[in-house]
Design a protein around this ligand. Structure first.
Ligand code: ITT
Length: 387
């Protein structure tokens, strides 16, 4: 499998080679293939921009007969988000104050803008979204965040861009004072790349399993698959298409605000799929249970819509409730935003909304879980895209 990274930034290529070398037979930059096409990054979020870059290069390669069946085109979009600047410069990081302005000037400008900011008000982070566009049309994303605070003066010679002004209190250094290895181990891009590496390995395994399954002589038991969705609000088209897309599934979990479609969805999923629905705040006069506890693999899971636990503000009350019940995982919906984080020892998971997404990129989302042989759960956040 060949991995083509759609960047002209040599620093990124070095990092990706260090982290991905064992999942791809070849890792090349688009420049090394002689591709000088530069897609316009006109998205409204890091995820939109990385997908624009990766898919545009894939289409370019396809139209120039350069694309092999197992090629993966990868692109990232990253930037510095400063709380005091309302998340800026964000997706405009490289264009901030003009492409040709030196980082010495950009960095000093940010420090000057924060002259009245103290303590937590100086919080900032690098964000990185990586998109992998497969030759067969599939698209996957991972994200990494690298938090710190804006330094009072630039320091350090390593790294690039805004590294000299992101101060990391626990290291007493700026990002530019870390060695390349130290930075890769904790950086936004390092985290997103390692997550992507894990995801690619998983996809490769499940693709191999699918091709084995279609081979008539093989009859190995497959891993159980769980589809987790929420907040369909009686707009069921996307959900039905997703069910067809991810079949075979063994379990479907709906985390509320199904608004009366539960019977038709149960029927659509089929008799061999065990369905669990819980009530949402819009499921008036519903007989569905308000909450459920089920076991997936070796994990005890708490299922709730989440509105009674204030999940729109913070998931810690939900995590505490799940922990009190002896649950390892808390599944919730309500916010219409995908979320997966371990909080107080409980994995808190929200698949987002399949019908009315509210996260920045507004992509209908769902989660697919595989129950591994050792009972652990393998989570894949996925997005529905009209084809
Ligand atoms: P490509 O688009 O070709 O990949 P680029 O350098 O323009 O390369 P981005 O669009 O992702 O990459 O630009 C993000 C900008 O954010 C980058 O130019 C830096 O100014 C800043 N940035 C991103 N990651 C950084 C890091 O690890 N350290 C310092 N600055 C970073």
């Amino acid at each position: 499998m060949r991995l083509i990274f759609a960047t002209h930034n040599k620093n990124k290529l070095i990092e990706i080679r260090q982290i991905m070398s064992d999942v791809a037979s070849e890792i090349v930059g688009k420049d090394e293939l002689g591709i000088d096409f530069e897609p316009e990054e006109n998205g409204k979020s890091f995820a939109e921009n990385s997908e624009i870059k990766a898919t545009a290069i894939r289409e370019y390669m396809k139209s120039h007969h350069m694309l092999a069946d197992d090629d993966i085109i990868m692109a990232d979009d990253s930037g510095l988000c400063v709380d005091w600047l309302h998340g800026g410069p964000g997706i405009f990081s490289s264009r901030y104050l003009g492409e040709d302005t030196s980082y010495a000037v950009k960095n000093q400008h940010i420090i000057d803008k924060l002259k009245y900011a103290e303590g937590d008000e100086r919080a900032a982070h690098f964000t990185c979204d990586i998109c992998a566009a497969f030759a067969d049309g599939r698209v996957f994303h991972t994200e990494g965040i690298f938090p710190g605070i804006i330094a009072y003066k630039p320091a350090g010679e390593n790294g690039f861009g805004y590294d000299p002004i992101l101060y990391l209190p626990e290291f007493h250094k700026t990002s530019a004072e870390l060695s390349a290895e130290e930075k890769n181990s904790i950086s936004h891009r390092g985290k997103a790349l390692r997550e992507m590496r894990r995801l690619l390995q998983h996809i490769r395994e499940s693709d191999a399993e699918i091709s084995k399954r279609v081979a008539p002589l093989e009859d190995k038991p497959r891993r159980k698959r769980v589809l987790v969705v929420s907040d369909s609000h009686r707009k069921d088209d996307n959900l039905k298409k997703v069910i067809d897309m991810v079949r075979p599934i063994d379990i479907m979990i709906h985390l509320g605000d199904v608004e009366g479609s539960e019977d038709s969805l149960r029927q659509y999923a089929g008799n061999d799929v065990s369905c669990y629905f819980v009530q949402g705040n819009n499921d008036y006069f519903s007989d569905l249970p308000r909450e459920l506890e089920i076991t997936l693999g070796n994990k005890k899971c708490f299922l709730t819509h989440g509105h009674n636990y204030g999940v729109s503000m913070d998931v810690s009350i939900l995590a505490d409730e799940a922990r009190t019940r002896g649950c390892d995982v808390a599944f919730f919906g309500h916010t219409h935003r995908p979320f997966q984080h371990e909080v107080n020892g409980v994995m808190c998971v929200n698949p987002g909304s399949i019908s009315y997404p509210r996260q920045v990129d507004r992509r209908p989302s769902f989660m697919l879980i595989e129950i591994l042989d050792n009972g652990e759960l393998f989570y894949s956040q996925a997005y529905y895209k009209e084809s």
